[in-house]
Design a protein around this ligand. Structure first.
Ligand code: G3I
Length: 349
């Protein structure tokens, strides 16, 4: 009998998945079986985002997050909290006063402090690591003009890490972002993390979101960033991994590539099943990336795929409703794709 993913990678890095509400509440027995047999670390896909945890000022809703933590503990899994400070999914009230006017820097800092302290204190010693700040840097390396940045300035990153460290000194603290293989973002993130370290901030890891495509990006670009981040003396995590088989929409591509695609014409080109040649390409792509992760296993602490089966993936219905993608390791019938066995083989040989 073949090894499970988590067993195959046991002495290399942790191998994880994201859990949606259905899975957290164990409503889907087939997904549950895969989660428990294949993975040893789980990330909350949505339920720990600020708009769910604190929908109104001072009103915390921990029901789903508690359940996520209980589920993970019951199965001895490493728990990852996602995510504390993110421009998206931050509740609107965060940035406004009672009259609807934008809050001052002092007020926003206090709200950040209270949110982070309340959440981390609740799960102190139970969540191994937190995505403290998510997606603060743009493709070109400049700061994203988020409300956090506009109101507080770049110090919001240092403050977020400081508040998290105060609330749970033993928790690992991460910065997490997408398209980290781009030279601009690589440089921007390296410089941001260096500044944080120089000011005495505690950061334990950098999460490289793995929202990948079948033909993009180049492995060497991904590797360059992996090495640059590791050189900062932090752990590297591969987070949010999936490999889309569909053409990427324009905004995620360099200009010279983007014009080739009309992404919303065919919503489900593979409705009759992923053709053999596509599945081979997808498998090769997964194997190439896992081979890269194995090569750098001394630097990589965890690899997390963003969902269990194709049916779970956020890539469905994105960027237009009705689109269907096939980007994960297990198909919509909970069967491992043909190449999962090969990934296990390269891990164990
Ligand atoms: O639960 C509600 C449901 O009740 C409602 O009927 C439905 C209608 O829109 O929405 C459901 O909530 C959706 C939720 O996913 C659960 O499916 C939200 O609208 C939708 O915005 C949310 O999308 C999530 C997205 O982040 C935004 O938070 C995706 O599941 C999640 O995979 C995605 O993950 C992000 C990472 O957190 C950060 N990096 C990028 C990544 C991909 O966008």
């Amino acid at each position: 009998e073949r090894l499970a993913l988590k067993a195959a990678f046991a002495d290399k890095f942790a191998i994880g998945t994201a859990l949606n509400l259905n899975q957290i509440y164990e409503k889907d027995s087939k997904a549950k079986a895969l989660i428990e047999s294949q993975f040893n670390t789980i990330t909350a896909e949505n339920c720990m985002k600020a708009m769910y945890l604190q929908p109104r000022e001072g009103e915390f809703n921990f029901k789903d997050a508690d359940r996520f933590v209980e589920y993970g503990e019951k199965h001895g899994m490493r728990l990852i909290g996602h995510t504390l400070i993110w421009h998206s999914q931050a509740p609107g009230w965060f940035f406004k006063d009672k009259e609807g006017k934008e809050v001052s820097k002092e007020v926003l800092i206090e709200r950040m402090r209270k949110h982070i302290h309340t959440v981390l204190s609740r799960y102190k010693g139970r969540i191994k690591g937190w995505d403290v700040v998510n997606e603060a840097i743009l493709d070109n390396g400049e700061w994203r003009q988020s409300k956090f940045y506009q109101i507080i300035g770049e110090d919001f990153v240092r403050l977020a890490f400081q508040f998290a460290h105060e609330a749970d000194p033993d928790a690992e603290l991460y910065y997490n972002d997408y398209s980290m293989f781009l030279e601009g973002r690589r440089k921007g993130v390296v410089s941001m993390v260096r500044k944080l370290q120089e000011k005495g901030g505690k950061i334990d890891g950098i999460g490289m979101q793995g929202h990948l495509n079948i033909d993009y990006p180049a492995l060497s670009d991904f590797e360059n960033s992996l090495l640059a981040f590791s050189a900062l003396g932090v752990k590297v995590m591969i987070t949010e991994m999936e490999i889309s088989v569909l053409p990427a929409p324009k905004q995620t591509r360099g200009a010279e590539v983007s014009t080739r695609f009309t992404y919303n014409k065919q919503l489900d080109p593979y409705a009759k099943g992923l053709p053999k040649d596509k599945e081979l390409l997808l498998g090769q792509r997964y194997k190439d990336f896992f081979a890269l992760f194995l090569k750098h296993r001394d630097k990589i602490d965890r690899v997390t795929v963003w969902g269990v089966t194709d049916g779970d993936s956020w890539k469905n219905n994105w960027p237009v409703p009705g689109r269907r993608d096939y980007p994960l390791l297990f198909d919509r019938n909970y069967r491992p794709k043909s190449f999962v066995a090969d990934i296990i083989d390269i891990a164990t040989k």
